[in-house]
Ligand binder design. Sequence first.
Ligand SMILES: [Cu+2]
Length: 231
Amino acid sequence: MKVVWTISAIMGLILGSMSLALAQDTGSLSGRITFAGDPPAKKKLDITKDKEVCGTVEHFDESLVVGSDKGVANVVVTVLGAKGGKFASQKVELDQKGCRYTPHVVVVPTTGQLDILNSDGILHNIHTYSTANPSINKAQPKFKKVLTEKFGKPEIIKTSCDAHAWMTAWIVATDHPFVGVTDEKGNFTIKDVPPGTYKVEIWHETLGKQVKDVSVKAKEGAKLTVELAKK
Ligand SMILES: [Cu+2]
């Protein structure tokens, strides 16, 4: 018994130090995406249907969300060609609450699944506009609390609800975890990136795409600041 315990303790130490070594050999990439010019005013949307549910939250146009300090939200930052890494979770959620998708941009592993929740208890519809993956056009009645979908090919997919014209979300299907989405302040962080020189893709639904070269060094945090302008 004692021997078994000792062996497992040694194995634990070895495995522990191995994963520690792996973590130390990676770097991170963080930064900020800003808007060139004056931040556009928030545009409030008129809710014309199912007001008793959809009207419980305020709705704003989310196609371009810029903070007062010019940070752009919902920008997808992807490190192209980085190998390995681990997803935080294979199960990701997209909620429909107050007839609004949360989050607006959701990152889903191509090996994982997206659980689309209907917290509203009214009829929604999931309509995806994809090219690499099969398109989805499914009703989600009030009793259907969860709809589970898979996206096997990497792609950024526009998603909307045919029942509520203002509802839009973006599904980022990815085969690696080196993807970040900017927060309300335009900040993003991508952890555990293997050292190397990469092309980094910056994508926003309204402001388009840019590609930058970035070098990530072991145990160091690389920084990237990009300004996006209206096309
Ligand atoms: Cu809907």
